[in-house]
Write a protein of this length. Structure first.
Length: 288
């Protein structure tokens, strides 16, 4: 074999090796871009819209946690919340000034400030109510999601595939839980540490059942312990806890019904019994 042929073969092998290396690197880059796009898409689905261009406004940690629990995961959610809150306060103040025909004095201005502050508190209470309702809906759907996750675990799926499959299956039944599961799937695929992705899930929801799931999955990730029996136990405990809460709510019904019964039943009965006597007494006094 001639020297030129050897050189040609060496160049061909070198070129093929370089092409394969660059191809593998390009595939990894495309995969990372695809996963980042998946995260971005899930986050857009999480808050349903994206409104760019708003400057960042700092809020307290409690407000950020409430926004996260309410399902608003956008980086600008806190800024939009403050803008909406201030807008409602200004509208309330403007409505009060229009009601008094802009006849300003210290007393009327103080009333307007009180109305503005009250409207701001109403917005905060709405956010707390929204966060509570979302957390309750997620907690109610956790046992069913755990049953599906047990089936996926026993089928041999990876953790990312489990969250993705269960998140898609729960989309129609529990969209809030489905959103959190899909976000976790994307973070599991992108982040270097699975424990960080699981910890983010616990921080976003703040639900006790999900915290138990995160603890079980974290231990399985660290020590390789089986998670299917633990998930079954968590699902059973979650259903039992919901059953106890329902019994507690049913037990409070008689106490809550006491006031309406007194006002709507007992008081009219007392009036019907006493009214004729009072009327007769007034007539007799009038005759005197």
């Amino acid at each position: 074999m001639s020297v030129s042929l050897w050189i040609a073969v060496a160049l061909l092998v070198t070129g093929s090796t370089i092409a394969l290396l660059f191809s593998a690197r390009a595939q990894r880059r495309e995969l990372i871009i695809e996963r980042l796009g998946m995260v971005s898409r899930h986050y857009r689905l999480a808050h349903h819209y994206h409104l760019p261009g708003l400057p960042s406004i700092s809020v307290s940690k409690d407000v950020k946690e409430l926004l996260s629990k309410a399902g608003f995961h956008s980086s600008q959610a806190a800024s939009w919340f403050m803008v909406i809150k201030l807008s409602v306060m200004l509208l309330s103040l403007g409505a009060w000034l229009a009601y008094i025909d802009f006849e300003l004095n210290n007393y009327q201005l103080a009333k307007g400030v009180v109305f503005a502050i009250a409207s701001g508190l109403v917005v905060e209470q709405w956010l707390k109510w929204r966060a509570h309702e979302v957390s309750q809906r997620i907690a109610h759907a956790v046992p069913d999601a755990l049953d599906l996750m047990v089936v996926c675990v026993e089928s041999g799926l990876t953790l990312e595939a489990i969250f993705g499959r269960v998140g898609k299956e729960m989309a129609q039944v529990a969209p809030e839980l489905s959103r959190e599961w899909l976000i976790t799937e994307a973070e599991l695929r992108v982040l270097d540490s699975r424990l960080d992705a699981l910890e983010h899930l616990s921080q976003r929801t703040g639900v006790v059942e999900i915290e138990n799931i995160v603890i079980a999955l974290s231990q399985a990730e660290k020590y390789g312990s089986p998670i299917a029996p633990t998930m079954r136990l968590i699902a059973s405990d979650s259903r039992q806890y919901q059953y106890l809460k329902l019994e507690e709510r049913v037990g409070k019904i008689p106490a809550k019904m006491s006031m309406p019964v007194v006002v709507l039943v007992m008081l009219p009965v007392v009036v019907l019994i006493v009214a004729p006597t009072v009327i007769a007494l007034l007539n007799s006094l009038g005759g005197l």
